[in-house]
Design a protein around this ligand. Sequence first.
Ligand code: B3K
Ligand code: ZN
Length: 867
Amino acid sequence: MNAAMAREGSPSVIYRKDYQAPRFQVPTVAMTIAIFPGYTRVSSQLQLQRSDGSVGDLCLDGESLQLEAIAIDGVDLSPDAYDYNGSQLTLKQVPASCTLQTTVIIHPEDNTSLEGLYKSRTLYCTQCEAEGFRKITFFPDRPDVLSVFTVTLEADASTCPVLLSNGNLQSTTTLDDGRHQAVWHDPWPKPSYLFALVAGDLARVDDSFVTASGREVALHIYVEAKDLAYCDHAMASLKHSMRWDETVYGLEYDLDLFNIVAVDDFNMGAMENKSLNIFNTSCVLAAPDITTDAGYQRVEAIVAHEYFHNYSGNRVTCRDWFQLSLKEGFTVFRDAEFSADMNSRGVKRVEDVTFLRTHQFAEDAGPMAHPVRPDSFIEISNFYTLTVYEKGAEVVRMLHTLLGHDDFIAGAQLYFKRHDGQAVTCDDFVTAMADASGRDLSQFRRWYAQSGTPELTIEEAYDAAQGRYTLTVRQRNGDYSEPLHIPLAVGLLENGQPKVFDNGSSTVLLEVTEAQQQFDFDNLSSRPVPSLLRGFSAPVRLKAEESSSHLQALIAGDDDDFVRWDAFQRYATQVLGQVAAGDTLDEGFFSAFGSALTAIKDPAVTAQLLALPSEEYLADLAAASGGVDVFAIRNAREQLKLAIAQRFEDRWRALFADLAITGPYEPSGPQIGARSLRHLALDYLAHLPDAAVADATALFASADNLTDRLAGLRTLVHYGHREARESALTQFFNDWHNEALVVNQWLSVQAGRPAAAACDEVAALMDHPSFDWRNPNKVRALLGAFSAGNPTGFHRTDGAGYRLLADAVIRLQASNPQIAARLCSPLTRYRRYQHGVELMRSELERIGNVEGLSRDVYEVVDRSLSQ
Ligand code: B3K
Ligand code: ZN
């Protein structure tokens, strides 16, 4: 514990090892939720059954509820029969089987945490995962209590004509005083975190889907009337997801209605509430002028992700929140495979690996490092992390790789069948995989328990006389001594060509299970070049031979998209080192670059190949070897970009001209690929003095879609002179100020300008009428983009960037603790930098000293200061 923060009443730590099964079950719940201006009355009837059949105390969660009435089996309780301390309600001597009735008042209008029932603009909506239901009513608010819910909603009919909850609509009734009521019943038992309601004035898009067995499911997307034209892409994505889950996993939707509702103020992307998914508008609305290419793909992926949760999460849920990756890791794996099937598999894999290596690896090396299945937490909201989601998905992917597709699907089907309607653990998931495949996965389970990124060192040897090639593999797992079970997919290039193995493929799977292990390959007449970790078969840091000849051979001849891309990244990283050291640059790199630039098969692949490693990724590499100097990283990267722009200026110009799309905008693979390479060309050209201003201005002015318009704007703002920058920004805002999602992009482009002055501009934008502290999208677009995506601005040497962020965290920590805690993370990694360490630390201390600091922020700050 950090001394500065140790104080009385510090939030307590919850441990996985302390798990106890619930004492009471709640088979059914009936709730009436009556919404009035300024307050809402919630009456609940819980059917309670004590698991061991005895009489005893009952403890229910309830956060800041105003209790109006409480009764058991219709008899009001006297004040000495219960105790409510503001977060827990304790009832004495409760019968083994009874009905508890409570009535409470809550105030959604004042709920700025966006957890529980709250108001987003004119709309009432809920977010209950993980522990928001306790802000609505008294309940055992834990995922292993599953109940059948019947929900009666009441509200004013003119302001809230739409009343939605989970399951099927049973009845609607007109009441007195212009009010009305709807009754919803969800036949599937579910934990409280999947409860949802929506009340407001919404328009709706209708469609339907016929399941494999011939049932018709009504599909509705609810949005504000002004957004009705923006729902087609989400609807198409939903239907594709439903079909895909039937085809690949044999899973059919299990109700006759599926609703999606879009809300403006939302802490994350979306939420998988049973049959009533609630989405951040940014993850559901799509149209060429308001959505980028990446945005279209994100909508598709998130719609799929939430839909897939209907089985991986809802039908089979988590026993406790330590098991979060059970549903999240698995569902991210499922949505990634869906996106790979819908679009380009190789491109998707490289995108995901880039994201993981840049952000999850950094998390795993920082103060918030934790295993995929954490052992303890103070606030569960802090553990919706890249480790639980993305590394968790990699762990599931490794199972898929080790078992093969058919056995993996058999394992998944066994898991869904065996545990339908249950709340289970990550161990149960692996057991189903082991049982279905007959594989021993006992060592594999360590992936769930050990934090940090494993390091795999591979050495090679060739015995020409025997024709034998040997790979020696060593694994290191930080402080852990027990080796992991690592699938290592390998290929060999013989004379520049991928060798075809006895299995008929150019890949063999090696299973690394020991700290050090050797693998022999025989009958090789010449020394091969190894193609390692094909498809990024395990989430590890790979250390292997990196001579230019090796890298060149892989770039020229390998047939694995990931390995070719990774070889380019390694090569570029080496050359960036040469730039930084003032050494002569490796000509081989430029010739590999030139070849890739002339022989283009798939522009999307080429664009990924020829984009230099990001500053953030380079920072992660530097952190592992002596400390990060963000300015040195940027300088080297900009210099190399200039060199590349100069050498290939003609080619970049030709590409910029040739890749222009003449037809109407489509978010299709070929168009997205062409645009991404074209924008890369513009980005390189922008490094030539003033050369790209005309191109960027023309692109900005003539664009018929946001992707092009934003590429033009970003180039002008990041590389143009002041006049060009300001006039483009003014025009963009004037044209799009009515589209909130587009304004977010406008904020992000400015927050990302790589200059010390960006800090002052961000400060000024916080006072701009379009900025809104209550709206997480705005906070992320401005402060998130600045602190996590603009190293030059954020790390400016006078510490103003750190101060700005700390001020924002302090301002938000009480009103929206979740967003405040997330916002902190760029400060928490202060130890990895060569500069600014003390400045960052003192800002963290300033946050830590705030009186009554929220649990969320406390945990993040305390962990970073006491690391
Ligand atoms: N399950 C939700 C995340 C809830 C976050 C709560 N703090 C969205 C998702 O992963 O699908
Ligand atoms: Zn999820």
